[in-house]
Design a protein around this ligand. Structure first.
Ligand SMILES: [Zn+2]
Length: 395
């Protein structure tokens, strides 16, 4: 192994110190030295640099332990903004996010069927707008997008919905904006959001399953996002779950996506509305085509029995996939995200039931399955978290 140069060692120490301040929140130089095992002089030098860069600030005095009270340090959370972008199904969403994951501004632009070059122009429009609103220096841009993404090279290998194939999105954006840019799959960055800013903060192993138009899982293993050999880890939506099921957009029959995606649930709700005049759905729309995931959620809350059965079945199929994941990886924290997360307990119950039924009791008992608390911002925040991880080594 090559010996680290002095510069590399210094960069490594500075990252370690920044991370300690990020987690420590109001921590003294002496306590940083204790926590990291670095010398006081090394800590003082690095802290001086971080204060000079504006990333860290002195925020007050701590309790005295006999001598002079120590000066406390904290991350200057608004000293940099992160641009997080979610290239979602119906609209492109973007936000300016501070270093603690708080959204300062958010915008969205409807896609209206744009694809190819036109969709790319819409991405530029969204980022231009975010850049114009930034009142702190920008650290860079993170992007979460559906499809198969080479996160190392920032290339969209295949995003069917946008007709993007082998698009060098990172290079295009870096050239245009002159900031560091990172691109990854939306479900994968959703897992980073949960790990960095969500309720599952600092949990070393977890899986986030995002259910929208498609279904994907983001996997955090040993505090790292696991991409898979060719960046395809977590492509749950196209595992065939129903024998002789419906034709999927991927060309196979009976994929999980054909029974559990938000689109599959909406389509079945539309059928109910057409066939049953007593359905609670009729209270929330006039024409069945107007039914979307929000209408389904409202009617479900209103106690529509038929709808409850559909969501229960969707959860049952998803539960089969979750049972397999739990058995293979023995990961204890499973988080459900995406538009279908609004179904709440009606979706969670059948998932838990199937996991109990289909995996070893010892594994199922220690598995914790819950809804994300990050709501519709999860991919935007995840894209920002990707940038934060890559640029500053946080968390
Ligand atoms: Zn499929």
């Amino acid at each position: 192994m090559k010996k680290a140069t002095r510069q590399q060692t210094r960069a490594h120490n500075t990252r370690l110190i920044l991370k300690t301040i990020y987690y420590g929140r109001e921590i003294s130089r002496a306590d940083i030295a204790r926590a990291t095992g670095l010398t006081r002089a090394t800590v003082s030098d690095a802290v001086a640099q971080l204060i000079n860069d504006g990333l860290v600030a002195e925020v007050g005095l701590g309790p005295s332990r006999g001598g002079k009270p120590p000066i406390l340090l904290d991350m200057a959370e608004n000293s940099r903004y992160l641009i997080g972008i979610d290239l979602a199904d119906i609209e492109f969403r973007g936000a300016l996010v501070n270093l603690r994951g708080e959204i300062r501004h958010r915008f969205s632009l409807p896609i209206d069927g744009r694809n190819g070059e036109n969709a790319l122009d819409l991405v530029y429009e969204l980022i231009d707008k975010l850049v114009s609103y930034a009142d702190s220096p920008l650290l860079g841009i993170g992007i979460g997008t559906p499809g198969l993404i080479d996160a190392k090279k920032g290339i969209v290998r295949n995003a069917v919905n946008l007709s993007w194939h082998d698009l060098s999105l990172r290079d295009l954006l870096e050239e245009r904006y002159d900031f560091p840019v990172y691109v990854a799959n939306d479900s994968q960055v959703a897992a980073l959001a949960e790990f960095t800013f969500g309720d599952s903060k600092e949990i070393s192993n977890l899986i986030v399953i995002k259910i929208g138009r498609g279904i994907g899982a983001g996997i955090i293993l040993n505090r790292q996002l696991y991409f898979g050999e060719n960046f395809g880890a977590g492509e749950l939506g196209h595992v065939v779950t129903v024998e002789d099921g419906q034709l999927c957009r991927c060309g196979h029959y009976g994929c999980l996506e054909t029974v559990t995606s938000s689109q599959a649930i909406v389509t079945r709700a539309q059928d109910i509305a057409k066939n049953s005049s007593r359905s609670a759905l009729h209270r929330f729309f006039t024409r069945p085509e107007e039914i979307d995931i929000d209408v389904v959620s409202k009617a479900l809350m209103d106690g529509d029995e038929e709808l409850h059965k559909i969501v229960d079945e969707a959860g049952r199929y998803l539960g089969m996939a979750v049972a397999n994941l739990v058995s293979i990886l023995n990961i204890q924290y499973i988080v459900i995200a995406g538009s279908a997360a609004s179904f709440g307990q009606a979706l969670l119950d059948p998932i838990k039931r199937e996991v109990n039924r289909r995996s070893l009791t010892a594994l199922a008992d220690e598995t914790n399955i819950q809804m994300t608390s990050l709501g519709p911002d999860i991919v935007t925040l995840g894209a920002a978290a990707l940038l934060l991880t890559q640029e500053l080594g946080l968390p």
